[in-house]
Design a protein around this ligand. Structure first.
Ligand SMILES: [Zn+2]
Length: 256
């Protein structure tokens, strides 16, 4: 009888341990960083220039993105400002697109500065400050904290690494990273867009363009680089590159 009781006791303990170990982990409820709207006003002109309704719409998309995608520091502390800038860079290119979701992203890894990489198709100074993963790092984006902040602090620049990487994700959404975002660009405009990218790369190579030289690397980078410029310096871009501007408006803005 004692043996049966002991067995029963042991069994009960084992069941309790199993229940304890496998209890569903409760997810921490997502909370937006404190004072996020002030940060957005200070660091993100795209947001600051929206009217009140536009700001609310931006915030909704921003909150949705930040609650869906994990941001992890890899030897870098993820501060509120970093979360806010990553959220802003994610929303800016798709702000005008209804119900957009980055289906191909689950996590952003934040590195302190530049990093080496031996995967992905990039091979230049700039890729070490940001990249979208492939293979084992599928659905992961890596950003350098330094470059993330520079993109928003330096107002005179047409570069923004985080926006650049999100544009790659948009490009990749149709299954191919080729500089043509088929998911957003009507088919009839594709040949015109490809020709425009070619012409733009030629102009950069000849030194006849104010577009960052990295844009001449290939169609994929050209699309991301002109999109950075389009969102960072919209007035200057419109003035200097009306044809490209019209096409980027078709891609990023017409769908609203
Ligand atoms: Zn790139």
């Amino acid at each position: 009888m004692i043996l049966v009781l002991q067995l029963f006791f042991v069994l009960a303990v084992i069941i309790l341990i199993i229940l304890f170990v496998f209890q569903p982990k409760r997810k921490e409820p997502f909370a937006l960083p404190e004072n996020y709207a002030e940060y957005l006003l200070d660091y993100v002109p795209f947001y600051a220039n929206l009217d009140e309704t536009g700001k609310r719409q931006f915030e909704e998309k921003f909150e949705k993105f930040l609650s869906a995608v994990k941001i992890t520091g890899a030897n870098a502390e993820v501060e509120d400002l970093d979360r806010i800038l990553i959220g802003a860079a994610a929303v800016i290119p798709v702000y005008f697109i209804r119900d957009w979701e980055y289906m191909n992203l689950r996590e952003v890894l934040l590195y302190p500065g530049h990093f080496n990489q031996d995967f992905e198709q990039h091979g230049h100074e700039r890729t070490v400050s940001g990249m979208v993963g492939s293979g084992a790092l599928q659905h992961v984006m890596i950003l350098s904290k330094w470059e993330l902040r520079q993109g928003f602090i330096n107002r005179q620049s047409s570069r923004n690494t985080a926006i650049h990487e999100f544009v790659h994700l948009i490009d990749k959404m149709d299954g191919t990273l080729d500089g043509v975002p088929e998911i957003l660009l009507e088919k009839k405009y594709v040949p015109q867009w490809q020709q425009l990218l070619e012409n733009t790369m030629t102009a950069i190579r000849r030194g006849e363009s104010d577009i960052d030289a990295y844009g001449a690397t290939g169609a994929v980078e050209c699309f991301a680089v002109v999109a950075e410029y389009f969102f960072e310096q919209p007035d200057l871009f419109q003035l200097n590159h009306p044809e490209l501007c019209q096409m980027l408006q078709r891609i990023f803005i017409r769908t609203r």
